[in-house]
Each structure stands twice: as C-alpha cells, then as structure tokens.
Write a protein that binds this ligand. Sequence first.
Ligand SMILES: N[C@@H](CCC(=O)N[C@@H](CS)C(=O)NCC(=O)O)C(=O)O
Length: 216
Amino acid sequence: MVLTLYKLDASPPVRSVYMVINAANISGIRFVNVNTLEGEQLTEAYLKMNPQHTVPMLKDDDFVVWDSHAISVYLLTKYTDDDSLYPIEHKKRALIDQRLHFDSGVLFVALRAAVNPVLFWGESSITPDALMKIKTAYELTDKFLTDKWLVGDEITLADICCVATISSLNELVPIDSNLYPNLSQWLERCEDEEFYKKGNQPGLEQFSALLKSKLS
Ligand SMILES: N[C@@H](CCC(=O)N[C@@H](CS)C(=O)NCC(=O)O)C(=O)O
C-alpha cells in the first residue's frame, strides 16, 4: 500500500487529518505539499484526481478521496482497530456525523467567509457578514457542549474536526469566555491534548501569521 496525503500545513481541514493521524497512531503516510495559495491545486494532474481542487486529498494506491471528514473516517475505519474516535454504536456515530456535517456546513463556512476576502480579494478586515456567521458558529457550538466533549464524555472525531476550524476562528475573533464558557473551556481541553500540540499547533501558527500579516 502507498498512502499519500496532499496537504498544506496551514489549512484547517488538513490539520484535522494530521490530528487524526497523530491521535490514532497511523504510520507510513507520505506527504506531498500543495500550495493552494499559489494555485498549485489547479494543475492538470491534480484536477484529474480531484476536480474540486481542494486539500486535503488522500491517495491509497489508485483510490482517491478528498474532504477531511471523509479522509478521517476512511483512515480510522481502514487503518485502525480501535473505534474509540469513531464508535460503531449507532447513536454515538450519528451524533458524531452530525457534528462533522456541522463543521462542514456551519463552522467552515464561517471561516471561509472571514478568510477568503482577506487572503484573495484584498480586504483588510473581516466583513460584518462573516462576523455574524462566526458569532452563530460560537453560539451553537457552546450549546452543543453540554458534556465534556462534543459527543459525551470521551473525545471523538467530532472534537478533532471541529477544533481545527474553531481554533482557526479563534485566531480571527477570540472566543469570549463570558459569552461562550463551554466553548472556551472545551478549546482549552483540546489544546492540552498531545495530538493537538503535534497536529494542529504548528499549522495554526502559520495560518495565524499569514492572516494577521494581511489584516489591519
Ligand atoms: N470541506 C473540505 C474543505 C477543503 C477546502 O476548502 N480546502 C481549502 C484549503 S483550507 C482548499 O483546498 N482551497 C483551494 C481551492 O478551493 O481551490 C474539507 O474538509 O476538506
């Protein structure tokens, strides 16, 4: 088997796959840098594999899959025997899946609305629309956090995927612990995890420096 992850370290969804690889101890992956800031995802060869031209993308021999959530589930279900991050129990798995879709459909949408105008369209501040989306994202996540982690009292894939996005949002609009106490305590718990320190922190610092160099 040859497993290759196409990646950009600063990318939040790439960082979620890094955290999964770290948390689940998956080894033997080859990493290929694709600088999406320079348009390297738009080559003919890359588009042939992934017409949606995104990172992360995983190639397992001749099988290709993209989207961080799909990649993480594939890695966890194919390359580990331990189901603790993505339990097979139906209700737990359903709640984890709901949080993964929430990450794609609400959290990442808020992040993209904040970041794209700054990185690609010359804006020097976050638009009011993006700020509203971030506020909604924080409010909802704070409400989901009735337990220690996003799904019950054990850490799962839901926490890993959501924290990649939320830690990035936090760099742009710091989470107010008075308004969102559950969310701010959860983020601190995530930051203490070894997989976060190894898989998220370095790329998050790159992401933050890049954005802050463009924000006034
Ligand atoms: N929902 C996707 C989002 C992937 C995504 O939008 N990645 C960005 C980098 S953060 C990208 O590749 N952008 C380049 C492009 O869209 O051309 C995932 O979770 O993987």
